[in-house]
Design a protein around this ligand. Sequence first.
Ligand code: GSH
Length: 208
Amino acid sequence: MTAEVRIFGTVISTYTRIIEITAEEVGLSHEVTATAARSPQNHNPFGKVPVVEVDGLELYESVSVTQYPDNAHNAGTLQPNDPAARAVMDRWIAVGNNYLFPLFEHGLIMPWIMHRHAGMPLDEENIARALPNISRALAFCDAEITKDGAWTIGAFDLADIFLYCILRGVQLTPQGSVGISQCPQLSAWMAVTEQRPSTQATRWESEP
Ligand SMILES: N[C@@H](CCC(=O)N[C@@H](CS)C(=O)NCC(=O)O)C(=O)O
């Protein structure tokens, strides 16, 4: 049977997992068809993955692809009704997408993926250059986490999904694991979020 949410993207990918966790939370079945970003099979005009089919729609951009199933199938439960809380959630998703993900992906996650999975030499120079900014970003998250309710342990929302997936890739690298362990609030939030059934159901094979 065809899944309700069909994800075309790389299998071990921050953004694929964001869509998978959202589908789990919303209660829709989902499947991933391995699709490389720069391949003729990828329908995203900007060469990014994933592209997602749901309810006969072909969607891309994770903000759209997470809000749609939540709005159409889950009464928007993953998005706060209160305008101020909503603005905070939207801000953190934008911070994750625009600042945290590019910094972590290029400076730490991709060098380790290329080393571990493609047998390339570890780009230590690139990592060393990025680490001070990565440490500052993690410290910023650690300091902000308890301030405005966007990182929640109780009222889980889309910001939690984005931030968890963006940070999990970092945590799976040696330097990122040490960096996050030095951030007590962030570590506690990661540990709780990791236990959610939706997070457990979408674990990457490579996760310890
Ligand atoms: N703004 C996009 C970002 C998606 C994205 O960056 N995906 C990564 C994979 S996790 C990608 O396509 N990387 C390949 C590339 O940039 O060439 C979204 O929100 O969906």
